[in-house]
Design a protein around this ligand. Structure first.
Ligand code: PEP
Ligand code: MN
Length: 276
């Protein structure tokens, strides 16, 4: 038996499919479905976020992303609007009908984020924050667990095991690139690892080619590779004016490029017999 006994495929006949209900319908994440999560790295202002949200919905995004708490390398960089941005996300959810995802960095924020956020994201830096994982395991709420940038596949699946073992079986894995000797890209997206994790686990697997590559011009090709490798969808950063973004502008798609990405992924997903 594998050490990650709840995350392993061997115990499960079927792959896990997570269904997220909204006022206007349902979004499915997992085997056989194609999901596109999009939005800015961070929620910066109400006007910009709401306008972008409407555009993303129009152009085929299924779920809206937006960071409220940003784990920045330097404490002097923009660290997000915090809870002040929560109402902006809720308004975007209301006007678009799309579910929303945001990163939770501290278990003390669960109470405030629980009702508002449809998917709680655990960032790469917190993949091994076991007290946070333990608390998320007690919830009935989908959790997107990013791979730690220095984590092996086994460590990643064992981190998922913490949440599953607590009784929360709605875990989504997200490959976001790992640290290698290469410096021309921000991280190295482990596409082979994506195919392997789909083989090892019944959990849905997504890829984040934005943090994975750090360069907007690589986002679409790597997103396509992810879908071809079996990923159940991708999460990308989009900004109305990437040059002016308060974080991660270099890897953010502008609106035109998002449109192209959304269309080409849809075509590819259809070729792969996914429901788009
Ligand atoms: C993010 O998606 O907002 C993020 C900070 O990503 P990561 O945890 O993968 O660095
Ligand atoms: Mn970012």
């Amino acid at each position: 038996m594998k050490p990650y006994k709840l995350a392993a495929k061997e115990d499960k006949k079927h792959n896990t499919i997570i269904s997220i209900s909204t006022d206007t319908g349902k979004v499915m994440i997992g085997q056989g479905y194609h999901v596109l999560i999009a939005g800015p790295c961070a929620v910066e202002s109400a006007d910009d976020f709401l306008q972008l949200a409407l555009f993303l919905k129009e152009e085929g995004a299924h779920i809206l992303r937006g960071g409220l708490f940003k784990p920045r390398t330097s404490p002097y960089s923009f660290r997000g609007l915090g809870m002040e941005g929560l109402d902006i996300m809720l308004e975007a959810r209301r006007i678009t009908g799309l579910p929303i995802i945001s990163e939770i960095m501290d278990y003390r924020d669960i109470e405030l984020m629980y009702d508002a956020i449809d998917i709680l994201q655990v960032g790469s830096r917190n993949m091994q924050n076991y007290s946070l994982l333990d608390e998320l395991g007690k919830l009935k709420k989908p959790v997107l667990l990013k791979r730690g940038f220095s984590a092996t596949i086994e460590e990643w699946l064992l981190a998922a095991e913490y949440i599953l073992d607590g009784g929360n079986n709605e875990v989504i894995l997200c490959e976001r690139g790992i640290r290698t000797f290469e410096t021309y890209t921000r991280n190295t997206v482990d596409i082979g690892g994506v195919a392997l994790v789909k083989h090892l686990s019944h959990l849905p697997v997504l890829v984040d080619p934005s943090h994975g590559t750090g360069r907007w011009e690589l986002v679409t090709p790597v997103a396509k590779a992810a879908i071809a490798a079996g990923a159940d969808g991708v999460m990308v950063e989009v900004h109305q004016e990437p040059d002016k973004a308060l974080s991660d502008g270099r890897q953010s798609l502008n609106k035109d490029n998002f449109k192209l990405l959304s269309r080409s992924l849809r075509e590819l997903a259809l070729l792969e017999n996914r429901i788009v």
